[in-house]
Write a protein that binds this ligand. Structure first.
Ligand SMILES: Cc1cc2nc3c(=O)[nH]c(=O)nc-3n(C[C@H](O)[C@H](O)[C@H](O)COP(=O)(O)O)c2cc1C
Length: 173
């Protein structure tokens, strides 16, 4: 049977679709991307309820909140090793929520980085890996933003549209 699966209709048929964004940002680049995404979605789907939380204030169970989870992080050289998650996101995902079961939760990821590092924007891969190994369900390819996000608003806006499409796509169930 074919079913039209939207974020809202799958998980909470009677309520507004809820998107929970958990992000980690140091100089504000990731937060800027998240805010740009939220602004676009607010225009496209004003009925969505969108919540934004900083990784350092997020508890493991919070990752289960909402109908769709979005993780966003910049890339760091934590412990002098390039290509790592922002330390707050690392703490949340690799320590506190290490054993969390996402139980098929629809999810998406955004990773930032800088082309001057060999392991450019590797946070995107690490977030994706977390979702995949904790039984989350990635609903679209991860967005990578390389270098300053200022001037890349169109890329973020296009991805917001893809996110929206992915939540309304016909799924062969
Ligand atoms: C200490 C430090 C380490 C970084 N390490 C990497 C890295 O390994 N790979 C990469 O692509 N970018 C790296 N970057 C660049 C950041 O990921 C990039 O500037 C990002 O846009 C910062 O986003 P934020 O302000 O949200 O933290 C590093 C930046 C800093 C300050």
């Amino acid at each position: 049977m074919n079913a039209i699966s939207t974020v809202g209709s799958v998980a909470n048929p009677s309520e507004r679709p809820r998107l929970h964004i958990v992000f980690a940002s140091t100089s504000g680049h990731t937060e800027y991307v998240v805010d740009t995404l939220i602004n676009t979605l607010n225009l496209l789907v004003p009925d969505w309820e969108i919540e934004k939380s900083m990784a350092e204030r997020t508890h493991p169970q919070d990752l289960l909140r909402g109908d769709l989870l979005l993780l966003a992080s910049s890339t760091w050289n934590t412990w002098s090793v390039e290509g790592q998650l922002n330390p707050h996101m690392w703490e949340l995902l690799q320590k506190e929520a290490k054993e969390l079961d996402l139980a098929g939760k629809p999810s998406a990821c955004v990773g930032l980085g800088d082309h001057r590092y060999f392991y450019t924007a590797r946070a995107a891969d690490r977030l994706q890996q977390y979702i995949e190994t904790h039984r989350g369900r990635l609903i679209l390819p991860t967005l990578k933003i390389v270098d300053e996000p200022y001037g890349q608003e169109d890329v973020v806006g296009d991805w917001a549209k893809q996110l929206l499409l992915a939540t309304t796509r016909t799924s062969g169930v």
